[in-house]
Ligand binder design. Sequence first.
Ligand code: AMP
Length: 287
Amino acid sequence: MIVKNISRLRKIISSVPNKFIYFVPTMGNLHDGHLHLIKHAIEKKQFLVVSIYINPLQFNSKMDYKKYPRTLKRDLEILKKLKADVIFLPDDNFSKDNISKVSLGKITYKLCGADRPGHFSGVATIILKFLNIIQPDFLVLGKKDYQQILVIKQVIKDFFFKTKIVEMQTIRDKDGLALSSRNKLIPRKKKHVSKNIFLTLKSISREIRMNGLVKSKLEFYKNSITESGIDKVNYLEILKECDLSELGKKPAYARIFISVSISGIKLIDNLRISKKVTFRSGKFLLF
Ligand code: AMP
């Protein structure tokens, strides 16, 4: 059922008998990445709320917000077919005249936090609203947006929600490009270069596993990405996956994080290095 009204949603949720509440927040324009999350929740046979809301607070530019693909009719058909229990469609008032904002601290100093100032505050503010209204037992999120997972974990911890996060793997197209609603905005003549994002992540991971990687080699990878036709590398970094801090002598699980721009469209991705990594004498090495 489609629900737009907050008090109605609260009423529905409070009357769910003996079932866990699963919640999948989305900005719509559903693709197989979203469906992976939603199907996982459906298989649990509990009570599923899926939201579609293009959150204006998380966009840095009005143009980016305006351009974001909107396919509500098609999305609703998909969700009805999948039999989501509730499709929550907040209206414009959900964040209109919003004054209170969540401030997050050092988890947002890096990567997309640095590249898109205010973005995660916008994400966290909307997630806090959702958590308050829905009080989900499980929140299903995709690892493509890995920093977003860390931010939401922090909100859950700091505001004492009992919600548990279910982290789902990234779904990719046949060339390895992580599915994203923004992929549709890449001009056709530039599409072929996007496969270099994941190819780069795989090469870096392989190099660390084989001989280790000198940090300065990341500059070489950035250059080869732009030479391949991608306009800009916003960041390419290897950081601890627990808190995005820098690696040191102590072995830790790490991820390679990347953001690029193609014709003004920002695409992000990340890849976990399979074993613990250390950083010694300027080199990332497998432990
Ligand atoms: P969005 O609609 O882009 O805000 O994404 C909604 C949820 O779907 C977030 O938890 C994303 O991390 C997740 N998601 C988006 N793309 C993918 C993907 N390719 N694979 C897995 N999860 C994804």
